[in-house]
Design a protein around this ligand. Structure first.
Ligand code: ADP
Length: 419
């Protein structure tokens, strides 16, 4: 079945067409037929890029003022006899939508019904920048493809297995009941895929081990996965908590916020922007939010780039230690994301000194592994370490297959709705 996967932002729509079904999933032979995006939606020079394996990328420009026109454009190009990959639009059998926030209402992927749309709208207060454009993408795609099933796959769903002692913050309980203020965690689609694929590579039964998955991209998060269930994760109520990121601070003393507002006379908005956009690798180094440039700068003797690099790796190490403690041990650590997949330096620094826990890196193999999948721990290492390239779109496509085949639990609207 050809599945259209959509990731709709406020001014862009990223898309992939993935051919998959139960048989292909089991054989790990899902096929990505095309990837692309429409960006600058709302402007006169919106751009569409279509990439098809073994072909030159196709690019076009036109004025696209809203998501419906963007989706129509994507479908027209996908079915274009010269540059497309579909004989006709009707070959699309289903659409998978990335939805950032499912709140407490969604613990797995679901077919989108009016009830589901209502719940996603209710969750918008928790992700005001993401859920509304996700929904706009859905409305547009549903209007263009009304006869195929549309499935929502949530970034937060995988972490809904966390227990209250793990997801609550130490603030008055009423704030949880009134505002649904709690840890949700993000990157769930990635953590779930990487845990599954890493276990498959090691020949482990699904859901039998204690895993720590570390997703290091522009946004970074770690997850503790105990026998298939997420029991803790480093991002929180928002994707600001936890590890140091490209421009996000990650963990810090919350008292810094009122202190800055008093001493620097910063507004709430300014502090928020500072923590999200001017912090992390960028804020510490003053060089870049891009790990490649940080590594280059520190090699050239740039001291703040060196500190930023050390902070980044140190936090990853701390979370690995914390999650091993949380689960009473760990059988494997899986690295993914642009940095996790491509930076042997970060992996080596993050794992150094963890030999006492049974994690031993094979430096030679680690140095040679950039971009591929494989084991980087030494033969004798008690705890396995692997690089597992993530593929969120593939996971969304697979969830479409699972939902349509009844492999995922069916969804009922919750009795008490939060938020
Ligand atoms: P996103 O979270 O936006 O999906 P990615 O997963 O693509 O981001 O990761 C982007 C990060 O990966 C950037 O910091 C980039 O510098 C880093 N990265 C990519 N290639 C390398 C490399 N060869 N060495 C170190 N870092 C890399």
């Amino acid at each position: 079945m050809k599945i259209l996967v959509l990731n709709s932002g406020s001014s862009s729509v990223k898309f992939q067409v993935i051919e998959t079904d139960l048989e292909r999933m089991n054989a790990h032979q899902d096929q990505t037929l095309a990837t692309g995006l429409v960006e600058k939606i709302g402007l006169s020079d919106s751009r569409l890029v279509l990439k098809v394996p073994d072909r030159k990328a196709y690019t076009d420009y036109r004025e696209i003022l809203e998501h419906r026109a963007a989706i129509d454009w994507v479908l027209r190009i996908l079915a274009d006899p010269e540059v497309g990959i579909l004989g006709e639009v009707a070959e699309v059998g289903a659409v998978g939508h990335r939805v950032v926030h499912g709140g407490e209402a969604f613990a797995s992927s679901v077919i989108i019904t009016p009830d589901v749309v209502q719940q996603i709208e209710d969750c918008s207060v928790l992700a005001p920048l993401h859920n509304p454009p996700n929904l706009r993408g859905y409305y547009a795609a549903h209007a263009a493809l009304p006869d195929v099933p549309h499935i929502a796959v949530f970034d937060t769903a995988f972490h809904q297995t966390m227990a209250p002692h793990s997801f609550l913050y130490g603030i008055p309980f009423q704030l949880y009941t009134k505002h649904a203020l709690r840890k949700y965690g993000f990157h769930g689609t990635s953590h779930r895929y990487v845990a599954f694929r890493g276990s498959q590579i090691l020949g482990w039964e699904k859901d039998e081990k204690k895993l720590i998955t570390v997703h290091l991209g522009n946004g970074c998060s770690a997850a503790a996965i105990d026998r298939g269930k997420s029991v803790d994760t480093s991002m929180g109520f928002t994707p600001l908590e936890g590890l140091l990121m490209g421009t996000r601070s990650g963990d810090m003393d919350p008292a810094i916020v009122p202190w800055l507002m008093a001493m620097e006379e910063m507004t709430l908005h300014q502090v928020n922007t500072m923590m999200n956009k001017h912090s992390g690798l960028y804020g510490i180094s003053g060089v870049s939010s891009d790990m490649r440039e940080i590594i280059e700068a520190r090699a050239g003797g740039h001291q703040r780039a060196d500190v930023a690099f050390r902070m980044f790796c140190y936090r990853v190490k701390k979370y690995i230690g914390a999650y091993a403690a949380a689960m009473g041990g760990v059988d494997a650590v899986f690295f993914t994301g642009g940095i996790g997949e491509n930076s042997p330096e970060v992996r080596e620094w993050a794992l150094s000194g963890l030999e006492y826990m049974g994690i031993e890196l094979d430096r030679h193999i680690n140095d040679g592994l950039r971009g591929g999948e494989g084991e980087i721990s030494s033969d004798g290492s008690k705890v396995k370490a692997l690089v597992v390239p993530t593929n969120e779109e593939k996971t969304i496509a697979r969830d479409v297959v699972r939902v349509l085949n009844g492999i995922m639990p069916s969804w009922e609207p919750p009795e008490t709705v939060s938020p």
